[in-house]
Design a protein around this ligand. Sequence first.
Ligand SMILES: [Zn+2]
Ligand SMILES: [Zn+2]
Length: 319
Amino acid sequence: MGKQHLLKPYPSYKANLHCHSTFSDGRLTPEDLKTAYMAEGYSILAYTDHRHYGWYKDLTDENFLALAAYEVDMNEWADRPNGFDRVKTYHLNLYDTKPETGKTAILPERRYGDIHYLNQYIESMRQAGYLVCYNHPYWSLQNYDDYKDLRGCFAMEIYNHGCEHDGLYGYNPQSYDEMLRTGNRLFCVATDDNHNVKPFGDPLCDSFGGFVMIQAQELSYDAVMHALEAGDFYSSMGPEIYEISVEGHTLVIDCSPVEKVFVQTQGRFCHKAVAMPGETITHAEFELTGKEGYIRVDLRDSRGLHANSNAYFLDDFLF
Ligand SMILES: [Zn+2]
Ligand SMILES: [Zn+2]
């Protein structure tokens, strides 16, 4: 069998799949956001304003794609002694694969704890052409009980840069593995969830900290949505992944300089390659045992920033 590219060898487009504009509680207009993100090398922005369907198709040009999206929430009752501070909440991003001008947001009813209802809502949104993402579990005060039965999401947020600034609640690798281990086959995304209360350059600016690199055949709405649906992307806070491939049982990873290359699996076993102190590595190879269940690549650079691949299940590509 020849080499299989788990990460597709297509052009990569940098995307922020979670941002807020002046159409909800963000400080910048959709146009301002396009300008700022393009200046940082991004090609794709999903406008995910709270409960507000936004498709700014006039912003799309040959170098930039505006994705139609919105963010919904379902909260516990807020009449608690500490108000919203201790209220659990589900936040979901909805990405429209079939955008139309003038569409409006369909919101879930307020039925926190009714996972059957929430799964039905997600399924109905899937039928309507949306890709649904489960957002920032840590910030949401959610735990295994809240997401173990969640179904129908194409992805979850493994990193949310805004939540990282809120209280170091940004990185959620444990939740991703826990969801995968329930048999839930979903992808993971890193996002900004920027509101831009702080100016660019401020250490608490919530832009440019979490992104996905999408491997698509071209920068078109259909090609990018197809890549998201197929999992042709990886997530990062900084490091880049150039190749993840398998030839026979050999897993090959090429990346920007990092200290650690870990390959997480369905169980406790983990493949790893680490640099000597003060040094970095850009390449690693591992022999798969065939017992990994799934594999996902987690890189960490010398700044402590991670890049994460999606999970790949061995029964999809081995044998
Ligand atoms: Zn949110
Ligand atoms: Zn948000």
